[in-house]
Design a protein around this ligand. Structure first.
Ligand code: FEO
Length: 395
């Protein structure tokens, strides 16, 4: 991305990755992403906040050249993951005078992952400040958003927060700021679901810490910047709250139509009861969409045929993923079919120890569903309705 001026002597110097479609070899990126970095000049010192993914290092180096940056005093590493730290070796080589500023834990991780020499580091403590001359960088430790070493950098004179991954979004756009708020909201929610949701409780505490800061601009390290900070802060408050919505997520697979028939009937049964349903046929599901649906849903119902006495592997994968993401889901159940026997229910139930859910009576059918099976699905829909009513999320 071209250099963009945010304030006097303060620039965006990161890069947009329009074509990236997979992150961590796991997470789909339907909208691409960006790796944001920022150059801040004080009257005495110059600092670079974060770097970019190594595949885009030429863009960061080109931006610094365009700005005629001859010396860098500080390079701030808010986070050790390679999409922000991967260009550190090249930056430290090009600017041999620069000190790499971070916390002790991040230092260790960067030395391990990037093989950086200890002599280049300047370690700081929580809430420590560094003066650039008429500008100050304050470091706020924020462990588990989303790694243990993560921290935020705050620039009080300009009221700008640089939270790295926190409050960011995977979306490539030429808009420097979050102009298309509905599109950015979706991208930020998907990002929260995939990266941050397992740390919901810790994130809530970090959000509370932000109240004491005066913030005019949030400049994360992915996606557009927020010059209306409450837009993203309020969204995070909603996602991290304990409140669930009147929604049922149904990840499922069907091999010969029995489970499909059950899922179709069950979807209608929920709709008739005024419950929102989000089915995901796992042979064609973007797991980011599934993760996003899990942010709010009160209930998850897994649908699976029996394969070699257990669940279909795609259902097992979705179940393991849901367990790892730790959504605030309150209720769970399983529906599905078998031909001659198996332990699908026991196996799936054993895969979700992280979910604090009440398990509702599963509906497992031998062969194709028949009248008593449809009645059992109606009863499961009734049970879900009762549970949702008990939470006050449906009248
Ligand atoms: Fe954007 Fe955790 O790296």
């Amino acid at each position: 991305m071209a250099v963009q001026k945010l304030r006097e002597n303060l620039y965006y110097v990161g890069a947009i990755d329009w074509d990236r479609r997979l992150f961590d070899e796991l997470i789909p990126l339907p909208d691409g992403t960006s790796y944001n970095a920022y150059l801040i000049k004080g009257t005495n010192k110059t600092a670079l906040i974060d770097t970019v993914d190594p595949r885009k290092q030429h863009e960061l180096l080109g931006n610094l050249k365009e700005l005629k940056v001859k010396t860098l005093d500080y390079v701030i590493a808010n986070h050790a993951e390679q999409d922000h730290s991967g260009t550190l070796p090249q930056i430290l080589k090009q600017f041999p005078e620069a000190k790499l500023v971070t916390n002790t834990k991040c230092k260790t991780m960067l030395m391990d992952a990037q093989l950086l020499p200890e002599s280049r580091f300047k370690t700081i403590e929580d809430r420590e400040k560094i003066s650039l001359g008429k500008r100050t960088l304050e470091f706020i430790f924020a462990p588990w958003v989303h790694w243990p070493e993560t921290m935020l950098t705050y620039l009080p004179e300009d009221r700008i927060l640089f939270p790295c991954d926190f409050l960011g979004s995977h979306i490539a756009t030429s808009d420097l700021y979050a102009v298309d708020e509905p599109a950015v909201y979706r991208a930020a929610k998907r990002y929260y679901a995939e990266i941050m949701m397992p740390f919901r409780i810790q994130i809530r505490k970090h959000l509370e810490n932000l109240i004491s800061l005066k913030i005019d601009l949030i400049a994360p390290s992915h996606g557009p910047l927020f010059n209306r900070p409450n837009f993203i802060i309020d969204a995070y408050k909603d996602w991290t709250s304990d409140t669930v919505k009147n929604e049922v997520v149904v990840p499922y697979v069907s091999m010969w139509g029995s489970t499909q028939k059950m899922v179709d009937y069950f979807i209608d049964a929920l709709i008739k009861r005024g419950i929102t349903v989000k089915p995901f046929h796992l042979t064609a599901t973007d797991i980011g969409e599934l993760a996003m649906a899990l942010v709010d849903a009160a209930t998850i119902v897994l649908g699976s045929p029996t394969v070699l006495t257990g669940p279909h592997p795609l259902v097992a994968y979705a179940t393991l993923l849901a367990n790892a993401l730790r959504p605030k889901t309150r209720f769970a159940s399983i529906i599905g079919s078998y031909a001659w026997g198996g332990k699908m229910v026991e196996q799936l139930a054993g895969m979700i120890p992280n979910l604090k859910v009440e398990l509702l009576e599963p509906v497992i059918v031998k062969g194709y569903p028949k009248t008593p099976d449809f009645k059992a699905l109606d009863k499961l829909a009734d049970d879900i309705l009762t549970k949702h009513k008990s939470l006050g999320i449906i009248s």
